[in-house]
Design a protein. Structure first.
Length: 435
């Protein structure tokens, strides 16, 4: 009886907590509306174009939260795999100079809660110059079924992925970064959606394994939540995730192989594309007519940058990949997913390209030229951040990195929004620049 009473109290407290968050979210939305209304009354000092941008970006962020809230409901049909569904699975792990992390990745693969005779692990050593070769040889002694391919010269991650895909025997291929792994107990959740024949790719939820390292990694932990549990979840509500993350995603082999040569030979402005591999491959799966989804049931971990230099290099690569693949994907997205195209895909492109200009105007031009403090701009940015933290607490109450949403928002506003300028100006620089 005591247990029943305790459970009942816990349920009531949980309900009170959830309703409290809903109330807090409603009040924040009301506050944002009031701020925008107040800005309208000061339109003589706020350019109409920038005010329209402010309203649109706020509405866009709110719509993503709304779409993400339907993720669990839309995913229910993806988890109706029959108990006997156990396709052969191939892990493909390209690596270069990862002597510190690659053994852990391999160990986690072989610890998967999946029949040992129904999966394989393939590692491509892409011309490493550190101790990766020796680590992989030790791994091969521990795991005789491990396949290792050593390349004397570096060919690039995309070629490493392709080599693994060509060698893979699995019906399902799991692509992992060399410093990433999937929680062995959640692997089946990454595989089960493929029981539906129209699913071409599945993206796992990823969190930084080194989140506690410093302030930079903590705020990236908050960013990973935004990227996966809001943006990818929102896209997945329409069964059209536009980037199945390179650190931990699975592909149906029969869908990928026909487009592999085209993907491997991708060019932009006459030069080979050396970034955005995951986004480019995902877009080709979508173009082939298959669904791409995100699942928070499969948990992955990755190593995120621990200093600003590494983070900026990563962000430059990501922004280049995003831009190039947005150009590639736009035509077929408009044709095949018109609702998603005009409510999400195209607005995201427009708002992303406008954001650096708006940030410069609000944070530099207005204060220097007119001596004004960008109150409305800052209120809008941190108001949306506050709303995101409420959603964060609603779906991941146990995650302690939610306060860093505000830190990431400030960093994105002051630094990362301007990185897009540099990425576009150096679009012809095709160096991978991982470290």
């Amino acid at each position: 009886m005591a247990t029943t009473v305790s459970e009942s109290v816990a349920v009531r407290r949980g309900a009170t907590y959830r309703w409290g968050l809903i109330l807090a979210g409603s009040l924040i939305v009301l506050a944002i509306i009031l701020v925008k209304s107040s800005a309208l009354s000061h339109r003589e000092t706020v350019a109409r174009l920038f005010l329209v941008y402010s309203v649109l970006v706020t509405g866009f962020e709110l719509s993503r939260l709304l779409a993400a809230s339907f993720h669990s409901r839309t995913m229910r049909d993806c988890y109706k795999a029959p108990p006997e569904y156990e396709p052969f699975v191939s892990f493909v792990v390209p690596c270069m100079n990862e002597e510190a992390a690659i053994m852990n990745t391999i160990e986690k693969c072989f610890a998967a809660h999946y029949p040992a005779h129904k999966f394989e692990v393939i590692v491509i050593n892409d011309g490493s110059t550190d101790g990766t070769y020796e680590v992989l040889e030790r791994a091969r002694e521990r795991f005789p079924q491990l396949t290792v391919v050593h390349w004397a010269d570096n060919r690039g991650k995309r070629h490493g992925m392709a080599e693994g895909f060509w060698r893979a025997r699995g019906e399902i291929i799991i692509q992992l970064d060399s410093d990433s792994y999937i929680d062995p107990s959640t692997l089946r959740h990454l595989i089960e959606p493929f029981a539906a024949g129209d699913v071409g790719a599945v993206c796992a939820h990823a969190d930084p394994a080194n989140a506690t390292k410093n302030l930079l990694t903590r705020m990236q932990a908050a960013y990973y939540f935004l990227s996966f549990r809001i943006l990818k979840a929102a896209e997945s509500s329409f069964m059209a995730v536009f980037c199945c993350s390179g650190c931990s995603s699975a592909y149906r082999r029969s869908v990928v192989m026909p487009v592999l040569d085209e993907w491997l030979g991708e060019t932009f402005l006459g030069k080979p594309v050396t970034w955005g591999d995951d986004r480019a491959l995902t877009n080709r799966v979508l173009k082939a007519g298959y669904k791409t989804i995100y699942t928070d049931r499969a948990q992955a971990y990755t190593i995120c940058p621990e200093n600003v230099r590494q983070l900026l290099k990563q962000q430059v690569r990501w922004k280049k990949g995003w831009f190039v693949n947005s150009v590639f994907a736009a035509p077929f997205v408009v044709r095949r997913y018109p609702f998603v195209a005009f409510t999400y895909f195209i607005p995201l492109i427009i708002l992303t390209l406008l954001t650096p200009f708006v940030a410069m105007r609000a944070l530099v031009y207005e204060p220097v030229v007119h001596g004004t403090v960008p109150v409305y701009y800052l209120a809008g940015v941190f108001g949306v951040a506050a709303l995101i933290t409420v959603y964060y607490r609603f779906v991941r109450r146990e995650n302690r990195y939610w306060p860093y949403v505000f830190v990431w928002s400030a960093f994105n506003m002051l630094v990362l929004s301007l990185v897009l300028f540099y990425a576009l100006c150096t679009i012809q620089n095709r160096r991978w620049s991982t470290r």
